[in-house]
Design a protein around this ligand. Structure first.
Ligand code: GTP
Ligand code: MG
Length: 193
């Protein structure tokens, strides 16, 4: 896809703050610090549109980025971040759950995992949850620049098995450093836009 325009449209923590448009929305989900915001930036060829950080917990709100006036990427706070209170965790859960469960404009979720590691219990819960609610999912195995290309298939197999991925769920090796997997990710996303 040729990106002619990409900007932060709005930031939301509750339903009345969601955009009132009917454009399709694609949300990102994944562990804190896994590379969700970096994924958005790479897909859009923008270095600093979505804020990234070496410290987990950077993204705290639902951030709606409007692309070409045609659809949104919705950057979502990551899960599994230890340094937050129980109360914060609960409000986080409610914010994400409400959005994912009720949003008609939501067309698909990109579940971002680290290609180097076996998916965590939280990753499995997230995938099972998306499956349960029938939300189309694309799994992105990111940071593939950090391991040798020869290991990608083996790691993908581990991810597939650990998440017990349905056969029709795409699993793409990706790197926000090199752009690996970008075209494939766009091709999969195009089906929902
Ligand atoms: P939260 O907002 O805290 O949930 O994190 P996030 O999932 O948005 O992660 P973010 O994009 O901020 O990236 C976290 C760190 O990982 C940053 O230091 C990024 O530079 C790094 N990173 C992300 N993607 C890649 C990648 O594909 N390759 C490499 N080498 N580093 C990456
Ligand atoms: Mg982020």
């Amino acid at each position: 896809m040729k990106i002619t325009q990409a900007e932060l449209y709005t930031v939301a923590v509750s339903e009345e703050q969601y955009p009132t448009t009917n454009l399709p929305e694609i949300a990102l989900a994944g562990r804190s610090n896994v590379g969700k915001s970096s994924f958005i930036n790479k897909m859009l060829n923008r270095k600093k549109l979505a804020h990234t950080s070496q410290k987990p917990g950077k993204t705290q709100t639902l951030n709606f980025y409007i692309i070409n006036q045609r659809f949104y990427f919705v950057d979502v706070p990551g899960y599994g971040f230890a340094k937050i209170s129980k109360k914060e965790r609960e409000s986080w859960g409610k914010m994400i759950e409400t959005y994912l469960k009720t949003r008609k404009q939501l067309k698909a979720v990109l579940l971002i995992v680290d290609i180097r590691h076996e998916p965590t219990k939280d990753d499995r819960m997230m995938y099972d949850w998306l499956k349960h609610y029938g939300i189309p999912t694309i799994v992105i195995a990111t940071k593939c620049d950090k391991i040798a290309k020869g290991q990608w298939e083996k790691q993908k197999k581990i991810i597939k098995q650990t998440l017990q991925l349905a056969p029709d769920v795409p699993l793409i090796a990706f790197s926000a450093e090199t752009g690996q997997g970008k075209d494939e990710a766009w091709a999969q996303l195009a089906k929902f836009l």
